[in-house]
Design a protein around this ligand. Structure first.
Ligand code: ATP
Ligand code: MG
Length: 403
């Protein structure tokens, strides 16, 4: 097994080796390399202690010294170098009570979650694969390292990670591992909502978001969101889960927001927002999903006028997300109506009117509430008659109305 390591990683490993330590690329980067994917980041595991690592490299950041992690910076990129460690007991099901350094790579690999994530590689040794991770990778299997129940009891987040990796890689969760998740699903309540939300986000952004079904089947949804579990129970959500897989959008955050709104549609906007707030998602995502859920109730537009009314409600930022959500749900794709509106430069919001508040004051409208009301009325007018969006026409309209 040969893996082409980036030259910075080769440098870090050889510098550590030259100084008498062991060092390997480890975890996700080895997994992704074997899969032929370019890893997003390269983690290194070493027998050197953090202080020793710091001495060997010019620029380092103390990322998590208590966990043995130092970030080595080369050409503005960071590489996490972590000392071989054993995790102590996890009495809270979340954090190891203490971590202890070890001189054994095998011990370090043992503490990792899944066999596919527990491989190490260096040019000197080649692939080190104590738990048949490569075979599981070839067979498409997510399998806990060691005893699954023990591993999920130590850290309940691993249960969601198993499902997330299954979704990202289109893998099966091995039977004992899956059974252990089902048995211990209640433990997910020990994990912080932020960490849960992060895993759900990765799952929804994966190539196979329909694996979210497993979050229900394992009993995890029942604990983190009983209202969502109910949708599955009543068979209300299957079609929407499938619709999520059809979402096509140019940018990650948009994909996430579109998929969330499709997934949560049957909850209704109020309960959906409550759920998203419970997950502590950012305000932009919560507001966007709320708007999408309200918009998804609209009938499909069949005329330019109907489309302009929808654009007025949605705004240009949301429109592409909304049209894609509806298309993915299997409705007639009428996005050409929206494209035409954009191409013709038709006005759908107050800022696009050819008059502004100042023009109205100059035209003699008294300040204050009347200005806003007049602009609203003019917007309504040009939505029905786009050709009237000229300064002369609009001022004339205002004058007529005063008379
Ligand atoms: P990605 O970065 O694509 O999410 P990854 O495998 O790199 O995937 P990270 O969360 O970056 O995942 O963790 C790096 C490595 O650390 C993993 O490959 C795994 O070996 C180990 N690891 C991470 N989280 C856990 C955990 N909760 N329990 C045990 N090992 C873990
Ligand atoms: Mg990673």
């Amino acid at each position: 097994m040969y893996i082409e390591l980036p030259k910075e990683v080769k440098y870090i490993i050889s510098r550590l080796e030259e100084n008498g330590y062991e060092a390997y690329a480890v975890g996700g980067c080895v997994r992704d390399s074997i899969l032929g994917k370019t890893p997003e980041d390269w983690d290194i595991t070493t027998s050197a202690k953090p202080e020793e690592v710091k001495k060997l490299f010019q620029v380092t950041i103390d990322t998590g010294l208590q966990h043995g992690t130092v970030t080595v910076v080369i050409a503005k990129a960071g590489y996490e170098v972590t000392t071989f460690r054993l995790d102590g007991d996890y009495s809270d099901g979340r954090h190891p009570d203490r971590v202890a350094f070890t001189s054994s790579l095998t011990e370090d690999l043992k503490r990792r979650d899944f066999t596919i994530n527990a491989m190490a590689y260096s040019e000197k040794t080649g692939l080190i694969d104590k738990f048949s991770g490569k075979e599981d990778l070839e067979n498409g299997i997510i399998r806990a390292v060691g005893n699954a129940e023990e591993r999920f009891s130590e850290d309940a987040l691993r249960m969601l990670r198993a499902i997330r990796f299954a979704g990202q890689l289109n893998f099966k969760i091995e039977e004992m591992t899956l059974e252990a998740i089902k048995k211990l699903s209640a433990n997910i309540s020990k994990v912080s909502v932020e960490r849960i939300a992060k895993e759900l986000e990765k799952l929804l952004l994966s190539a196979n978001p329909e694996y979210i079904h497993l979050v229900y089947e394992t009993g995890i949804f029942k604990v983190i969101a009983p209202e969502v579990a109910e949708l599955f129970e009543h068979g209300l959500i299957e079609e929407l889960v499938q619709a999520m897989t059809r979402v096509c959008y140019s940018e990650k955050k948009g994909i996430y927001q579109i998929r969330l709104s499709i997934f949560l549609e049957k909850l209704g906007d109020i309960k959906a927002v409550k759920f998203l707030k419970k997950l502590k998602l950012d305000n932009d995502t919560i507001n966007t999903v709320r708007k999408l859920l309200i918009l998804l109730k609209r009938e499909t537009e069949t005329s330019d006028l109907e489309m302009r009314r929808t654009v007025k409600e949605a705004g240009h930022k949301i429109m592409p997300l909304f049209l894609e959500a509806r298309r993915a749900k299997g409705f007639f794709d009428n996005s050409y109506l929206y494209k035409n509106i954009i191409e013709r430069g038709e006005c759908t919001e107050i800022s696009e009117l050819r008059v502004n508040g100042k023009d109205l004051i100059e035209a003699g409208i008294t300040k204050g509430i009347m200005i806003g009301k007049t602009l609203d009325r003019l917007l309504e007018l040009v939505i029905e008659h786009p050709e009237l969006n000229t300064k002369e026409s609009l001022l004339l309209e205002v004058k007529h109305n005063e008379e």
